[in-house]
Design a protein around this ligand. Structure first.
Ligand code: FES
Length: 292
């Protein structure tokens, strides 16, 4: 017995929007998308009524042959669709259908996938796009038993963060027949995991590069040095001393200690603690200050 959420059971016992759409008003169109086959256990026919001017889905109905989760997923799909434009509807994922129901047992996730695919088929039909253009015909065929391509497996893996061939079987049935494609599915998942890790590493590097502070121009560096000297100058003046910037060569800052500071025994401490430490903090830890 599967563990279903209360919402799945509610949508199973009281499915919303079951049936077909037969009537349409002026400026409206009806389209249908069908996936699965009764021979394979689950089938779904989705009907949409569309406002042709705005491309908004006005009504959505379903007919399904399947288990409790197939009925609940199909009904949830129709609830999610009404009011959306076709483009918005196309961005709906099977994961969102499952989430709407509070989740589905993993072994039943293919019911949510079936809903998403029926939606795509209905919109393709409306737009006159041959269903041959479906991703199963774009990529290499991985699972001959269920006619599932690498493109379709790739999408499902990415959208649902799948990591095992068993999960792929639960979502799109691939691998659930003779099992001869399971090794290929494992290889494909390994490739996707590697690609994702590479993409994350590249994105992290980009963020780092963007957030890294830009190197200071010479003018900015000199201005900062002058600021620091202005800050320490009052303290030096109290002891009858002063300091002046003489030159900057890379990270070497040359200053002239004047007045009492010029002959003071602790002038090195003044340079290191009052000036160099501040400059290292604000400009670069490589800064060295010397008196000339
Ligand atoms: S080829 Fe995939 S299960 Fe048979």
């Amino acid at each position: 017995m599967w563990e279903y959420t209360d919402k799945v059971m509610e949508f199973f016992y009281n499915p919303r929007n079951q049936g077909t759409i037969t009537e349409k008003g002026e400026g409206q169109a009806i389209t249908t998308g069908e996936v699965g086959s009764i021979a394979c256990g689950d089938a779904l026919r989705l009907h949409l009524k569309i406002d042709e001017a705005t491309q908004v889905i006005l009504d959505a109905r379903f007919q399904t042959f399947g288990c409790a989760s197939a009925i609940a997923s199909s009904s949830a799909l129709t609830e999610l669709l009404v009011g959306k434009t076709l483009d918005e509807a196309l961005s709906l994922t099977n994961k969102q259908i499952a989430e709407f129901l509070g989740g589905l047992p993993e072994e039943k996730m293919h019911c949510s996938v079936m809903g998403q695919e029926a939606l795509e088929a209905a919109i393709f039909n409306y737009r006159g796009i041959p269903l041959d253009n479906h991703e199963d015909d774009e990529g290499a065929l991985i699972c001959r038993c269920f006619g599932v391509s690498d493109a379709r497996i790739r999408r499902i893996v990415l959208e649902n963060d799948l990591t095992t061939a068993e999960q792929v079987t639960n979502y799109v049935k691939a691998g659930g027949g003779c099992g001869s494609c399971l090794a290929d599915i494992d290889d494909l998942i390994a490739d996707i995991v590697t690609e994702k890790a590479t993409a994350v590493a590249v994105a992290t590097e980009v963020v780092k590069a963007k957030s890294a502070p830009k190197p200071l121009t010479n003018l900015q560096k000199i201005n900062l040095i002058q600021q620091v000297l202005e800050e320490v100058r009052p303290a030096l003046a109290q002891d009858g001393g002063d300091v002046e910037l003489f030159d900057v060569e890379g990270d070497l800052v040359k200053v002239i200690l004047k007045g009492a500071c010029g002959s003071c025994a602790s002038s090195t401490a003044t340079l290191k603690m009052m000036i160099e430490a501040r400059l290292r903090d604000r400009i670069s830890p490589e800064i060295t200050v010397i008196s000339v």
